[in-house]
Design a protein around this ligand. Structure first.
Ligand code: CUK
Ligand code: CUA
Ligand code: CA
Length: 645
């Protein structure tokens, strides 16, 4: 049997001819590679589909998927917002957008980046502004208990500044942000699915983070144009304290991250084993790798003090390079070779396999985790033996979701399709079984899918009901809104043998990954607990102005349709802090607070307290008004701030 990526499976004839792509073929196919060569033809936009493609099908009863007025959705979809820096919450199957959670961005409605509380989470510059104004969220994952979501926290990465944020699921708000030391391009992230060391703890305690861009370590201005000296780190963060536990120095780079259901392994696929600085260098090798980290061995090494530190960081860094991990019996890292420039790495819900997509190879590599564990035990010599199937599934495979019947659904970026294939059949075909039916179905999507994910598909409770395809282009699918198009999220019914496209939803740029979570798992608060806020102003009678030299604190409440002070006075040059508690207890009764010309704007939800600080540098009368429609007298809900000259 052949373990080469050219192994044969039953395939549509055209795939056999397409094999691997070289640079020219790739650029010509869909223009995914940014081209700086002015003489080269401009990358073409994706071809529009024929009129019949993806249009309504008389054989489908779409009303089955409708959420009628007054009805609730079956699932939440938690979606990253890409370079918008936020996280979004949708309902499925309706596609209704419920909420945008500001995380790494600024948000005028909530006051994220404006209130003192949010700035404390974001960090600040010496002038008081948030440390960074931008963010780039790609992957969201929740905490697990015994292989499924426990509804406690959600984590999301920031690729641009290398930060991990935690979102509390009870309030659906970001409560902590940690910046990873000595990395750039923090891309993939995944929570562990159970504690690998303490068998009694079946819950998430770690969040693994992969850095995509290798850099000089430390990145202090030396060795800048010596890419061979750059390195990338794989980081582990404690999900409770949000402190960095340790980092692992590796060869190559990290892209996506996955964790095993037994908690023993964390993995990252890498497309730049070449250590290239330019794209043609990054695609020069026929094979890259998927790295597996033996979590227990890494943590034993950290405990035993077998680490160094880098620059000013005190975080333990263990050596995960190939040279230091040549002996499987002591290795912390296993480098499994897989086809050219892989992208996603996804865990099958039966706990047995990870699937990496080829991206520049029309294949998916199926990695058997039991073989990886045997490699660490010294029972398997060649790490490549862990690849138990490598079916050709189509062009530009990126991400894979799973149902509960052993089928995988992979996005094909270049083919603009979703391919449904059977994992066990692919393994049989790899062993030479010519009768094995690997490819079950293909469905056109509109257009160029990136991530795709199934309902509950990243848990043991994968239910095989829906697949959502987050497409990177929408072109002709929606009413035109100018050059910036929305993206298309397409809902696909996967409960039958054939996939059925059942809805198109427009989404604002640019979601990457999402998770689809059963609604019964999510339990939220509808009203805050006033005692959770140490500075709460608990009674309207406590409203007052306190002065300590130039520092002035205004204690304020809101209760429809009034603020606790009708007017208050400060002096030019005062450093003013306003603390506002919303005393209303009624669910959904939010007030807003805005001060013209002072750029103050935020909301307070029922029983919530927030504060802002600013320099009173403009004398005059300022109407502080409620921005959130709350009452018949909402427009009348205002106070005056007098700033004396
Ligand atoms: S990456 Cu965006 S399509 Cu950042 Cu998850 Cu693959
Ligand atoms: Cu309070 Cu509007
Ligand atoms: Ca490569």
């Amino acid at each position: 049997m052949s373990k080469d990526q050219t192994s044969k499976t039953e395939l549509p004839a055209e795939l056999g001819r397409r094999k691997f792509m070289n640079t020219a073929a790739l650029a010509g196919l869909a223009g995914v590679v940014a081209c700086t060569d002015k003489s080269a033809p401009a990358a073409s936009a994706p071809a529009p589909a024929a009129a019949s493609k993806g249009s309504a099908d008389a054989g489908i009863d779409y009303s089955k998927y409708e959420v009628k007025p007054g009805e609730l959705d079956t699932y939440y979809s938690f979606s990253s917002g890409g370079h918008s820096g936020e996280v979004r919450i949708y309902g499925l199957p309706s596609g209704r957008l419920f909420k945008r959670i500001p995380v790494f961005n600024m948000d005028a409605l909530v006051g994220w980046g404006i209130t003192n509380e949010s700035k404390k989470i974001l960090g600040t510059r010496p002038d008081g502004r948030p440390l960074y104004m931008t963010g780039d969220t790609h992957h969201v994952h929740q905490t697990y208990l015994d292989g499924t979501y426990d509804g406690k926290y959600m984590f999301v990465n920031d690729k641009i500044h290398g930060r991990l944020a935690r979102v509390r699921m009870d309030t659906m708000e970001c409560d902590k942000i940690t910046e990873l030391p000595n990395i750039q391009g923090f891309h993939g992230t995944f929570t562990d699915k159970r504690d690998p060391v303490d068998a009694a703890i079946n819950r998430t305690t770690r969040v693994f983070c992969g850095a995509e861009f290798a850099i000089p370590l430390p990145n202090d201005g030396k060795d800048m144009n010596a890419p061979e000296k750059y390195h990338s780190l794989f980081t582990c963060i404690d999900s409770e304290s949000m402190e960095v536990r340790y980092q692992i120095l590796i060869d190559g780079n990290c892209d996506l991250v996955a964790t095993s259901y037994d908690g023993k392994l964390a993995a990252t696929n890498q497309y730049n084993t070449e250590g290239g600085a330019h794209y043609e260098d990054m695609m020069s090798a026929e094979r890259d790798a998927c790295l597996f980290f033996n979590v227990a061995r890494v943590e034993t090494a950290v405990k035993a003090g077998k680490f160094k530190t880098i620059g000013a960081s005190k975080v333990p860094v263990v050596d995960g390079t190939k040279a230091a991990n040549a002996d499987p019996k002591t290795a912390m890292v296993c480098y499994v070779p897989i086809s050219k420039n892989p992208h996603g790495v996804n865990a099958s819900p039966d706990g047995k396999y990870f699937v990496c997509s080829g991206k520049l190879s029309p294949t998916a590599s199926v990695i058997d985790l039991s073989v990886v564990l045997k490699w660490f035990d010294g029972e398997v010599k060649d790490a490549r033996d862990a690849v138990v199937a490598e079916p050709e599934i189509g062009l530009g495979p990126l991400h894979t979701g799973f149902d509960n019947k052993g089928n995988a659904y992979t996005t094909l970026f270049l083919d603009s399709q979703i391919v449904k294939w059977n994992v066990e059949a692919a393994i049989k075909a790899f062993k030479g079984d010519k009768a094995a039916k690997v490819i079950i179905d293909k469905l056109d999507v509109q257009y160029q899918p990136g991530h795709g994910f199934t309902s509950m598909g990243e848990t043991k409770e994968a239910d095989g009901k829906f697949f959502l395809s987050d497409n990177k282009f929408s072109k002709d699918r929606f009413l035109p809104v100018g050059p910036l198009h929305p993206e298309t999220a397409q809902l696909i019914d996967i409960s039958g043998e054939k996939m059925r496209l059942v809805a198109d939803h427009a989404v604002y740029s640019e979601p990457h990954d999402s998770i689809i979570v059963r609604r019964d798992i999510i339990k939220t608060r509808q009203v805050y607990n006033i005692d959770d806020f140490p500075h709460a102003v608990k009674d309207a009678k406590d409203c007052r102005v306190e002065r300590k030299g130039k520092k002035v604190t205004v204690y304020l409440t809101s209760q429809a349709p009034t603020f606790g002070l009708r007017e208050w006075t400060v002096k030019r040059g005062d450093e003013v802090t306003i603390i506002l508690t919303n005393l209303d207890k009624v669910e959904d009764l939010t007030h807003g607070f805005a001060i013209p010309k002072y750029d103050v704007q935020f909301i307070v939800n029922p029983q919530e307290t927030k504060s802002v600080s600013f320099m009173a540098d403009k004398p005059g009368v300022y109407w502080c008004y409620c921005t959130n429609f709350c009452h018949a007298l909402h427009l009348e809900m205002r106070s005056r701030m007098f700033v004396e000259a």
